[in-house]
Design a protein around this ligand. Structure first.
Ligand code: ADP
Ligand code: MG
Length: 405
């Protein structure tokens, strides 16, 4: 039996010659304090859509969010300028970067077949996060073909990822979006057991909200970073001044009450008095954390408890470093888990901007089963939720097919 994996149109199915193609990519790359891109995986992963649309004679606009700008106020730190420069390097040409692009302008009137412009950080447009219909209609007016290639943002219903797809004349999925959905669909349809999830990082509120459903699907949920700190707080341990989400303590407590044996909490941690690369690091058992301590990594005893879970896993999904791996003194926990994942016979899937940076740093990319550009998106996919950006593309795809038949 052949089952149609996807109901959406693909960019490759759409004739783009002479048409205005608006690509919503995910070019949200990690940057250092000077704004330099520290890992360009997401840019390289977005190039096939751009190259294809250009090669087939599209007049191409590409945009993305970058970081978390305040709507209506685009600062230099939020600018896609370094991203545009990198795309230009990869294509061997200079690109125009357009500010205030929502209502078009000369640049739009002059955009011709084979041209490419980068539209500034879409999350700086008022109405983006609220999935504004008004904003979506204005943006849809800029194009003949809307192409969503931003898998990593597919779990968010925002104007460029969701509402715009309702109003554009044609709405399709880009090759990265399609490939991610195909690959994850296959890998997670019937994952080899035990299924172990590792969730860490700093985006505590977005991620913790997903864990209630995720914990039911997995055999073990390994937590790190701000997520672990929030669980430690929920379990009554001191966490000092560590990154955590006190508002989500009740949710964390519910998870611990229902699934305590699935969620191994850190028994020791690496702390410092300041969030800095040169801050002296101290290993402490969990109940010795002082009021002025910051927990910045999991400790060696914790690592020793977690590694066997990873060794015995059938499938591992990983999103979020378990410590501040960017600082050498707080990288050991993430490095040890990364190496255990690489060495494990389990099929591993990893995703998330900073997770990819950690994978690159520890040199294990070729020993990960599948590297996704998505973090939150693939956690939601795993959880079994319909991603809003995918749902709308599917609805438009069905509509197009119904019209054609
Ligand atoms: P991803 O991009 O992989 O989804 P996040 O963006 O949620 O991951 O989080 C990544 C960041 O979390 C890293 O920059 C890392 O330094 C930070 N981090 C990890 N552990 C801690 C911690 N204990 N305290 C503060 N920040 C942390
Ligand atoms: Mg991140």
């Amino acid at each position: 039996m052949i089952v149609a994996m996807s109901e959406f149109l693909r960019l490759s199915d759409v004739d783009v010659a002479g048409r205005r193609v608006f690509i919503r990519a995910d070019l949200n790359v990690p940057q250092n304090d000077a704004g330099a891109i520290t890992d360009d995986t997401r840019i390289r992963a977005s190039m096939p859509a751009i190259r294809d649309a250009l090669a087939r004679g599209g007049a191409v606009m590409v945009t993305s969010h970058l970081g978390r700008p305040v709507e209506g106020r685009l600062t230099e730190a939020d600018s896609l300028a370094p991203v545009a420069a990198r795309i230009g390097e990869l294509l061997g040409r200079e690109l125009m970067l357009i500010r205030d692009w929502v209502n078009g302008g000369t640049w739009h009137a002059e955009l011709g077949s084979g041209d490419l412009v980068v539209l500034e950080n879409c999350r700086a447009n008022p109405g983006e996060k609220a999935d504004s219909i008004h904003l979506a209609q204005q943006m849809a007016n800029l194009c003949d073909v809307y192409c969503n290639d931003a898998f990593a943002t597919a779990h968010r219903a925002e104007a460029t990822t969701h509402a715009m797809a309702l109003y554009a004349p044609i709405a399709c999925a880009g090759p990265l979006m399609a490939a991610e959905l195909d690959a994850l669909g296959k890998a997670l349809a019937s994952p080899a057991q035990p299924l172990v999830a590792i969730v860490g990082g700093a985006k505590v509120s977005t991620k913790l909200a997903l864990l209630r459903a995720l914990v039911e699907k997995v055999d073990a949920l390994i937590v790190g970073g701000g997520i672990a700190n929030t669980f430690l707080l929920a379990a009554g341990h001191p966490i000092g001044r560590s990154l955590a989400e006190p508002d989500l303590v009740p949710q964390a407590r519910t998870i611990l009450e229902g699934f305590r044996d699935k969620v191994p909490l850190p028994v020791d941690v690496v702390v410092a008095k300041a969030f800095a690369a040169d801050a002296p690091a101290t290993i402490k058992v969990i109940d010795d954390v002082a009021d002025d301590d910051l927990i910045l990594d999991i400790g060696p005893q914790t690592v020793a408890k977690l590694v066997p879970l990873i060794e015995r896993a059938g499938t591992i999904v990983w999103n979020g470093p378990v410590g501040v791996f960017e600082f050498d003194a707080f990288a050991a926990g993430t490095q040890a888990l990364a190496e255990a994942i690489a060495a494990s016979p389990a099929f591993s899937i990893a995703g998330g901007g900073d997770t990819l940076a950690a994978i690159a740093r520890f040199g294990i990319a070729d020993r990960i089963g599948y590297i996704s550009t998505g973090g939150g998106a693939f956690l939601e996919f795993l959880e079994g939720r319909k991603l809003p950006a995918v749902a709308v593309l599917e609805a438009r795809g069905r509509e197009a097919r119904d019209r054609a038949s």
